[in-house]
Design a protein around this ligand. Structure first.
Ligand SMILES: Cc1cc2nc3c(=O)[nH]c(=O)nc-3n(C[C@H](O)[C@H](O)[C@H](O)COP(=O)(O)O)c2cc1C
Length: 198
């Protein structure tokens, strides 16, 4: 019935990087649905386990999507600044640099809608970028590599979700522990009678 899928990843419009969409009308790119709304809708339509992604940076938010019907949460941007992450150093720094105040969905780098920090490349090429993946990806590949080589963050694809400013530079394992602690604290504050017995 579900084409062999074991679970469904539900990606809200807040998510960093490429959006899991095959729409090819740039005019509707910004019309994506927020994660909390999307999880609730998918929960009622699909019986498979639901994995929620998009803009999640704190354990309290994870508690929120679990309460909304998700079975698990997936975080991307939160781990991008971890020492284990292979992201370019400039990309990592840009996440919490006040120079980059917001994200946008753009087709400027690849031809498919993807969320990243607004920089010069995005401002200059986003407005007319065609829905042509992977052609645009190949077209801009050399430019992005050259920008990274000379340390020009304004010419790189700085993929980031809407929660980027809340990124914490911790080793990945430690970040998971912190998130788990926040999740448990939120659960305990919402349901004081059901806290851990320990
Ligand atoms: C740097 C970066 C690269 C990503 N690359 C991919 C990818 O190759 N394929 C994919 O399905 N999703 C990719 N994503 C999206 C994630 O799967 C996920 O939907 C997203 O990170 C969740 O939102 P968040 O970044 O706000 O936590 C990427 C996200 C980031 C931040």
């Amino acid at each position: 019935q579900w084409s062999g899928a074991d679970a469904v990843c539900v990606q809200g419009v807040e998510a960093g990087g490429h959006q899991g969409t095959h729409r090819d009308d740039p005019a509707t790119d910004a019309a994506g649905i927020g994660l909390l709304s999307l999880v609730a809708q998918v929960r009622e339509a699909v019986q498979l386990p639901v994995i929620a992604a998009g803009g999640l940076m704190r354990g309290g938010q994870i508690a929120g999507v679990l309460a909304a019907g998700a079975d698990a949460a997936q975080l991307g941007t939160a781990f991008l600044v971890c020492p284990e992450s292979g992201a370019h150093a400039l990309h990592k720094q840009a996440m919490t640099n006040p120079l980059f105040v917001r994200t946008e969905l753009t087709r400027a780098f690849s031809g498919r809608p993807a969320r990243g920090l607004v920089n010069r490349f995005m401002r200059e090429h986003g407005p007319y970028a065609p829905p042509a993946y992977p052609e645009v990806h190949h077209l801009t590949s050399g430019l992005r590599k050259a920008a990274a080589k000379v340390g020009d963050a304004q010419g790189m694809a700085l993929w980031a979700g809407q929660g980027h400013r809340m990124a914490r530079e911790l080793p990945a394992g430690q970040l998971v522990e912190v998130l788990n602690g926040e999740l448990e604290a939120t659960r305990a504050s919402l349901m004081p009678g059901l806290g851990n017995a320990s």
